[in-house]
Ligand binder design. Structure first.
Ligand SMILES: O=P(O)(O)O[C@@H]1C[C@H](O)[C@@H](CO)O1
Ligand SMILES: Nc1nc2[nH]cnc2c(=O)[nH]1
Length: 287
């Protein structure tokens, strides 16, 4: 697939995609879930499914990463109308930030009010173990700090304001509800709360970069999520985010460990069930 690094979309593109979907679904979803690397099986648990490959939806981008199927799955989770992205878009695939976040504005136009984002991430915090689930309380955007903010460019007031505040990007009430769900499920041993740092990828971090990110206060590092969250907050969606810690980053020059995508996918498989149960429970308890 050609690199679309300069691609941007206008209101009519989002609207066409949303109207096409509305013509093909029975019920509008209130909750959207983005499945991270290897976390796609969550979408398979939806009941009364209607599935659309991305290529069938007007203007929808294509997913190119292993572990990302490339389908929108509509259906019911815990009785609530949801839509799941089975496969997301990343900058490292060559997509523009407009492409990466295209689905979010489509969800907004569908009437979605809550976004659940999941990702696979490397653990920076020394206390974290592989398989831990970190509820995201805040983020650091390395691309954003360098000017690659998805809201850069002309602002469309139909989506949101020019200068959105993001000190409350990750909804505290949703996080507290998720903590209660984790407690009910007996998962507290592997639940954490921390700061996600987004880097551009696709190369994993050098040892010096990992040491720097730790010093900056990040607990986990990954290559997604932040752009989606910024665009979601811009248009007023409430956000709950979680990272599955699929590997521990390497911080010693003596270490023989090497970050690799296979380990990421394997760990995702091991925690797939717990993640599904947690998200299902959380959606069930949302007002
Ligand atoms: O889509 P996510 O953020 O879960 O994917 C992570 C980051 C990279 O795409 C990949 C690295 O292994 O996993
Ligand atoms: N950047 C980055 N992304 C990841 N996704 C899963 N593990 C990692 C990691 O160690 N670093």
């Amino acid at each position: 697939m050609a690199c679309d690094g300069e691609r941007s979309y206008g209101y009519d593109d989002y609207k066409e995609a949303a109207d096409w979907l509305l013509d093909h679904i029975d019920q509008k979803p209130r909750i959207a879930i983005i499945c991270g690397s290897g976390l796609g099986p969550l979408a398979n648990t939806l009941e009364e499914q209607t599935v659309f490959p991305y290529e069938d939806i007007p203007h929808f981008p294509r997913s190119t990463v292993s572990g990302h199927a490339g389908r929108l799955v509509f259906g019911r989770l815990s009785g609530k109308a949801c839509v799941c992205m089975q496969g997301r878009f990343h900058f490292y695939e060559g997509h523009s930030s407009s492409t990466v976040t295209f689905p979010i504005r489509v969800f907004f136009l569908l009437g979605v009010e809550i976004l659940i984002v999941t990702n696979a991430a490397g653990g920076l915090n020394d206390k974290y173990n592989v398989g831990d689930i970190m509820f995201i309380k805040d983020h650091i955007s390395m691309p954003g700090l360098a000017g690659q903010n998805p809201l850069r460019g002309p602002n469309d007031e139909r989506f949101g304001v020019r200068f959105p505040c993001v000190s409350d990007a990750y909804d505290k009430d949703l996080r507290n509800l998720a903590l209660k769900c984790a407690e009910d499920l007996g998962y507290l041993d592997f639940i954490r709360e921390g700061v996600y740092c987004m880097v551009g990828g696709p190369s994993y971090e050098t040892i010096a970069e990992c040491c720097m990110l730790k010093a900056l206060g990040a607990d986990a590092v990954g290559m997604s999520t932040v752009a989606e969250v910024l665009v979601a907050r811009h248009c007023g969606l409430r956000v709950f985010g979680l990272s599955l810690v699929t590997n521990k980053v390497v911080v010693s020059y003596e270490s023989q460990e090497r970050a690799n995508h296979e380990e990421v996918l394997q760990t995702s498989l091991l925690r797939a069930r717990a993640l599904q149960e947690l998200v299902t429970h959380l959606v069930g308890r949302m007002a």
